[in-house]
Design a protein around this ligand. Structure first.
Ligand code: MOS
Length: 725
């Protein structure tokens, strides 16, 4: 039986609040935690099917042109080498994820330095890697731009928005700001590198891979291979992070499948860390101009946000930098501009909150500049500009907790201790505080799950992934809560396309979307139990394996009498998402120390206050936010790709040259969730969390640097050389 629901109306029933088990929202430990810390959770490249061969991708060493010849002889003569593949299907999908639709030429057509052009397969990994270096490749090169500032950008009509007369607003403003910030190319850098092991059984291929969204990945892989989706099975039970880089299939999965077919043995293709930087998609660098006009009271009259990003010529994705700008603050005069420079750097795609991660960060830094210019406290300035309804459309907000987050954060952080720049000096360190709002759009994506209830407990099955986010655990908690079972009696099976197709992990929509499908399946099972108890679902109480209605309490075991109840839940987004502006809200606060001798910045403490609907698991939700805030430190202080100006090639291709904050960089961090419910998000009233933590976090750090030492860094990251002056 399938229980289907399209979310056409807000659901404010609060059903989950009246359930008896009391496990939802609790900081329950990760179901798969022990497997991960003991090494028993197998990641994509850890399977060892017998006879498995190893493939190594060979990358182009030109920026643009054609491969006119590949001399395979020397490579094929080396020990263990089995084949060299240059199948055009291999790069039909660029390393771009969900945006990579449609055929792409190649691999004889080279679009960027580092693009995969061949796969060398050998019995051993080292043999394949060695042989890859022995390929003699000749190219026909074409000149190609790699620097976004040197080309005339495209101006897509649909992405320009204007209202009123911003220039006049700036002219007439009591206070105004016109500033330009730049952010560098950023990478997802998941701990687990991309990997795939493909194995054919007749005309059906099974691929174990590091992927975020199996249902759409399955279609993409089938499309790339030219087979039907039913011929493809994907397995991804454990994934070591994705951050966007594993949203879609990438060359390693296609190459492994092609090679395995040709050779008739399982083939593994795992990327090295350097290949990760070369081949997986990047977050576009950006140039952002922010214009702000305000009256003497700090009320905004004009908002402008103009973004320049880049991507390859035929790639549809374009970093949605200004996504949250139209609905975060009010102002009568507005201008949103978006431009895309077509350059031959590697493919740009979704990385860690595409859009808001860099857009909100920069906008919030610019607002700090306005607060400074107007002499108004930065928290107060924001509070004066929170709209009652969505600007432009006039729609209501489903919920808008920005003001609550700002006030709560300011109170908890001790914001009133903040001083003017350079007023707090401790030894060589200037101390400062900064803050920023956190905003991220919220989405629901179609999702299905199957729940089976037996005398021994329940089982959840869906092709949803857990990329380190806590999916196993929250789905277990939802089923346990709905069915009145201790969490230990609920099994969760994920990451297999033989299970009902789910939303997958992306865009912060995973938990609420897949969770709602589990909720619906359980609702169906509850209805059947209620019937046996002679009551309605609302009258039914399920707790610790017992069903009660008034004074009648019966063991589920007795009610089932050996029968197995199976239900599928299926949720789809509907009109509710059009009726109101839905978003998640928060506020970041940071305290930094800046060395007056070296310009070194140390974050001393950070607080994030968030409102993102019902919290499904206090611990995993908190970890998500801590991770996002940590990425915010990276964006503000250390992370940035250097492109070789001659070729566009990424120069700092390892974790030494591309520094992600590690423990020594991450100070005291605190996360607070405001109690929140959003009925527009569906019956669970839960929203996305994964990406909210990074949105704006870097802005709080940049603003704290200014408050510490009076230096405004507008070219991220704020490395000591930029802070020192
Ligand atoms: Mo996300 S950047 O949609 O995984």
């Amino acid at each position: 039986m399938t229980r289907h629901r399209k979310i056409d109306h807000p659901d404010n029933d609060n059903r989950l609040d009246s359930m008896a088990q009391g496990v939802l929202g609790k900081p329950v430990d990760r179901l798969e935690g022990p497997l991960k810390v003991s090494g028993l959770a197998t990641y994509a490249s850890e399977a060892r099917p017998s006879g498995m061969a190893h493939g190594v991708l060979v990358r182009a060493t030109i920026t643009k042109g054609r491969v006119v010849g590949i001399d395979r002889q020397a490579a094929l003569a080396l020990p263990g080498v089995m084949t060299v593949i240059t199948d055009p299907r291999m790069v039909r999908y660029p390393a771009q994820g969900m945006a990579g639709k449609g055929p792409k030429a190649g691999p004889d057509v080279v679009d960027y330095h580092g693009q995969p052009i061949a796969l060398v397969v050998a019995e051993g990994f080292e043999q394949a890697r060695h042989a890859a270096k022995a390929l003699r490749i000749t190219y026909e090169e074409e000149p190609a731009p790699t620097d976004p500032d040197t080309v005339t950008p495209e101006v897509p009509d649909a992405k320009q928005k204007a209202q009123g007369d911003l220039d006049a607003a700036i002219r007439d403003a009591a206070f105004s700001v016109d500033c330009t910030y730049t952010t560098p190319t950023l990478m997802a850098v998941a701990m687990e590198p991309h990997a795939a092991i493909a194995e054919w059984d007749g005309d059906r291929v099974t691929v174990r891979a590091a992927l975020q969204m199996l249902a759409s990945d399955r279609k993409q892989l089938a499309d790339a291979l030219g087979v039907g989706p039913e011929q493809v099975r994907l397995l991804a039970p454990y994934v070591g992070g994705g951050f966007g880089s594993k949203l879609g299939i990438a060359p390693e999965a296609v190459a492994a499948a092609i090679a395995a077919k040709e050779l008739g043995v399982p083939v593994s293709v795992a990327l090295t860390r350097m290949q990760e930087f070369d081949i997986t998609h990047r977050r576009s660098e950006s140039r952002q101009r922010v214009l702000l006009a305000a009256g003497a009271d700090g009320v905004l009259t004009g908002i402008g946000h103009e973004a320049l990003v880049s991507n390859l010529p035929d790639s549809p994705f374009s970093e949605p930098v200004t996504q949250a700008t139209p609905f975060t603050y009010q102002a009568a005069h507005r201008r949103i501009a978006h431009r895309i420079a077509r350059v031959h750097r590697s493919c740009a795609g979704s990385v860690r909150a595409p859009g808001e991660a860099i857009g909100v960060t920069v906008f919030e830094a610019a607002l700090d500049e306005l607060a400074e210019a107007a002499g108004i406290d930065p928290v107060e300035l924001r509070l004066r500009n929170i709209p009652d309804r969505e600007p432009g459309t006039g729609r209501p907000y489903s919920v808008n907790r920005l003001g609550d987050c700002l006030r709560e954060g300011a109170h908890r952080f001790g914001w009133n201790q903040r001083r003017a720049p350079k007023e707090r000096l401790e030894g060589e360190w200037f101390i400062g505080m900064g803050m920023a709002a956190a905003v991220r759009v919220n989405m629901l994506i179609e999702s299905r799950a199957r729940v089976t209830l037996t005398e021994d407990g329940a089982k959840v099955e869906t092709d949803m992934t857990d990329i380190g986010t806590g999916t196993y655990t929250i789905l277990r908690q939802i089923a346990a809560e709905m069915l009145g079972l201790p969490v230990d009696l609920v099994e969760v099976h994920l990451g297999d396309t033989d299970f009902p197709p789910a939303a997958g992990s992306g865009g912060s929509f995973g938990a609420a979307s897949s969770g709602t499908s589990v909720y619906l399946a359980c609702e169906d099972i509850r209805a059947r139990i209620a019937e046996r108890m002679g009551c309605t679902d609302a009258e039914l109480r399920l707790q610790d394996g017992r069903a009660s209605f008034r004074n009648d309490t019966r063991e589920l075991r007795e009610l089932l009498a050996g029968e197995v109840l199976v239900a599928e839940g299926h949720v789809e987004p509907g009109d509710a998402e059009k009726q109101a502006r839905q978003a998640t809200w928060g506020a970041h606060f940071a305290e930094v120390a800046v060395s007056r001798h070296t310009g070194e910045v140390r974050v001393r403490r950070m607080l994030g206050v968030f409102a993102c609907g019902r919290i499904l698991n206090e611990k995993t939700a908190r970890s998500q936010c801590l991770g996002g805030m940590t990425f915010g430190i990276g964006m503000a202080l250390t992370e940035g790709v250097e492109h070789d100006p001659r070729t566009g090639h990424i120069v700092n291709r390892d974790l030494a040259g591309y520094h992600l904050p590690s423990h020594a960089d991450v100070p005291e961090q605190d996360v607070v969730f405001l109690p929140d419910r959003d009925g527009f998000a569906g019956p669970m009233q839960a929203k996305g969390i994964g990406e909210l933590g990074i949105c704006g976090a870097g802005g709080a750090v940049l603003n704290a640097i200014y408050n510490a030492c009076g230096v405004r860094v507008r070219d991220l990251p704020a490395t000591p050389d930029k802070v020192m002056p």
